[in-house]
Structures are given as C-alpha cells and as structure tokens.
Write a protein that binds this ligand. Structure first.
Ligand code: NYM
Length: 212
C-alpha cells in the first residue's frame, strides 16, 4: 500500500492516567485499522512478558520493593529491549498502537520526586511517536470507573501529581482528548486523527528519535 518508497507504519502512543480508558481505545483502534486493510499491532508498556517485564510486574503488584531510580531504569530498559523490533515493524509497514510509552516513564517517576531531566535521559534515542493521544480525565472521574485496583500508583493524590508531570511533556505531536465523553464519541475522534497520521506515514514521513 503506500505511495512512496519510504512508506512506513505509524507509531501512535496512547497516554493518560490510570483508568483513563486507553487500553480499550487502543485495542479498538487496532481493530479499526485492520478493518480498513492496514497492518496494525497493539503493544503495551510495560511489556510484562520479558524477564525485565516480570521484574516490573512484581514491583507493581507490591510483591517486590525497588529503589525509585532502579525501577525507572527497568521501565526504560523494557522499552529499549523492544526498540529494534519496533523499527523493523514500522519500516515493514506495520502501524504500532502503543498503550503507554516513555511519557508514562517520565510522568510517573517525576511524580515521585525524581528530577525531570534525569527521568528523560534514558529515553533519549528511542523512536519518537508520530502522534501522542493523551486521554484527559481527572483522577476523581477515573477512580469512579470501577475504582482503582491494588497496584502501586493507583491513588488520587499521586495521580494528580502524574497529571502535572504529563503537562511538562506536551509538544506538537500531542493531541489532548477529552476522555470524559461516551466511549463511542472518543473512539470516532481517535479514528479520524489516527487514520490521518497513518496516511502521512505512508507518504514517507521520516522517523526521528526522542526527544526532538
Ligand atoms: N508506568 C508505566 C510507569 O511508572 N513507568 C513506565 O514507564 C510505564 C510504561 O506502570 N500505573 C506505570 C503506569 C501504570 C503502571 O501500567 C502499569 P498499566 O497500563 O496499568 O499496565
């Protein structure tokens, strides 16, 4: 498909507070793109299937304790271990819909009090998304959605700090989506934005690296 020799898949990231709806929306987006005949995959960070991912998973469920810097670097390592496959997929024409990425890494660690620049440093050199969809919802509204589970970070006060840290990361690749609306309305809006992005990448938009 693609009209240029530099045609590639799009790298699309969904971000937001816990329970903002991005997991549902990302899988719907993949279904939508596949329905149109595009090659698309849903990826999640953390990827809990790798050995680094298993360390992260046990930390998140409070089965293990780790120093804040250590867990930050593990989250980053978990993205680095997928970096080359990510590039291969994109260049092969597959669009990747990512449920969380480096922005979660920075926002959640920065909310704990780690330095903003320190948090960004290990992400430098990863692929820059073509589009970041931020599903915007207040922590109070998010918590109403069936309530938080018992994983680390799922508390309103902490989520407020995360939201503030996310704001420091907003750039021209971001689109802020009002996530308090009915799910179908959000779905429609995302479909339009993402399809437009997929088309741009088919026309040979170059890949770049964080943070630029
Ligand atoms: N999280 C996620 C981080 O703290 N740093 C990261 O780099 C990433 C990718 O992990 N509360 C946090 C955000 C979530 C938690 O994510 C697990 P999910 O989407 O609930 O599985």
């Amino acid at each position: 498909r693609g009209s240029s020799s530099n045609s590639r898949g799009a790298l699309v990231v969904l971000e937001g507070l816990d329970r903002c709806g991005k997991t549902t929306q990302s899988s719907r987006l993949v279904q939508y793109l596949e329905g149109l005949g595009h090659s698309a995959e849903l990826w999640r960070f953390p990827d809990r299937t790798t050995s680094v991912g298993q360390m992260i998973s046990s930390y998140l469920s409070n089965e293990s304790q780790l120093d804040d810097h250590t867990i930050h670097l593990l989250f980053s390592a978990n993205r680095w271990e997928k970096r080359s496959l990510m590039e291969t997929k994109l260049k092969g024409g597959t669009t990747l819909i990512l449920d969380r990425y480096s922005y979660s890494g920075v926002a959640f660690s920065c909310a704990k009090g780690l330095g903003f620049e320190w948090c960004k440093a290990p992400e430098v050199g990863l692929l820059t998304p073509d589009l970041v969809l931020y599903l915007d919802i207040s922590p109070e509204r998010a918590a109403e959605r069936g309530g938080y589970g018992c994983e680390r970070y799922e508390q309103i006060e902490f989520q407020n700090k995360v939201a503030k840290c996310y704001q420091l990361l907003v750039d021209s690749k971001w689109q802020i989506i009002d996530a308090c609306r009915p799910m179908e309305d959000i779905e429609k809006e995302l479909q339009e934005i993402v399809l437009d992005c997929v088309k741009r990448c088919q026309n040979g938009e170059p890949l770049s690296h964080l943070w630029s």
